[in-house]
Write a protein that binds this ligand. Structure first.
Ligand SMILES: [Zn+2]
Ligand SMILES: [Zn+2]
Length: 269
């Protein structure tokens, strides 16, 4: 199992999962040109992608999905609530599922789990490679740590988890009170502090990679998110790196088998 974070944040999200014959994209919040450029940095041909699973209808997760699916022959999967509320997916044939469903692809299974966020039927996912049992979790856009979120993060080999904001920076930041309340609310985005304690509680000896995602550009700093998580993670069995995904960089590969060091690749555009 290998994971690439092709970009992460409110400007667009896409995470590529690779296992055996399967390449599955989780979210497609970039237009086709920038997505192609990001995939090229990872050395991946867009037409080799089997399917795209959309976590929820917000544009930073759906923007390019329809055009990319048409151009490269992907199947698109999204929850029924997402399909009903995603103008970006209109005109595309989408395989609709109920949150909680399991999706079977050529070499991996993707379990969807309902997460708390201000969208119609948002999900996080855990992908399992059928041949090896390796597990990768992608869980962003979560307002709080629900039982579902805990279940998603349990026993992961690769954990991609939202670490959206620092609470002090959010209070002192540029957003009006109503937006601050939305971000910090139960259906908003996860603060560094809560990401840190969730990772502390979830880390097991099988955990190989921790990737912090969907960082706010206005109310967070990568070093701050990393330090907050590292402080808690030090108290666990996990001795690997804590990596921050970026909006304008591709980062990966995160490989369960090891042997390759993940790197950050900057976009020329
Ligand atoms: Zn988002
Ligand atoms: Zn969202």
């Amino acid at each position: 199992m290998r994971v690439w974070v092709l970009g992460s944040g409110s400007g667009g999200n896409a995470v590529l999962l690779e296992a055996g014959e399967s390449r599955v994209l989780v979210d497609c919040g970039f237009g086709v040109r920038t997505l192609a450029a990001r995939l090229a940095l990872a050395g991946i041909a867009p037409e080799s992608i089997e399917a795209c699973v959309i976590t929820h209808e917000h544009t930073d997760h759906t923007k390019g999905a329809s055009a990319a699916a048409r151009r490269w022959g992907w199947t698109v999967h999204a929850s029924r609530g997402t399909v009903a509320h995603a103008p970006d997916l209109a005109g595309t044939r989408v395989h609709a599922f109920d949150a909680g469903a399991s999706l079977a692809f050529a070499s991996l299974d993707v379990l969807t789990v309902r997460v708390p966020h201000d969208a119609a039927e948002p999900v996080g996912i855990v992908a399992t490679a059928r041949a090896t049992g390796a597990r990768a979790t992608v869980c962003t856009d979560i307002g709080h740590v629900s039982e579902g979120v805990r279940a998603l993060c349990r026993d992961a080999d690769i954990l991609v988890l939202e670490s959206n904001h620092d609470e002090g920076m959010l209070r002192a930041g540029p957003y009006p009170p109503v937006v601050q309340a939305r971000i910090a609310g139960d259906q908003g985005h996860l603060a560094n502090r809560f990401a840190a304690s969730l990772i502390r509680d979830s880390a097991t000896t099988r955990l190989r990679h921790v990737v912090l995602a969907h960082l706010s550009e206005n109310c967070n700093r990568p070093e701050l998110a990393r330090e907050t998580v590292e402080r808690e993670v030090k108290r666990t069995v996990y001795r690997g790196a804590v990596t921050t995904a970026r909006q304008r960089e591709v980062v990966g590969p995160f490989d369960v088998a090891g042997g390759v060091e993940p790197r950050q690749y900057s976009l020329a555009i």
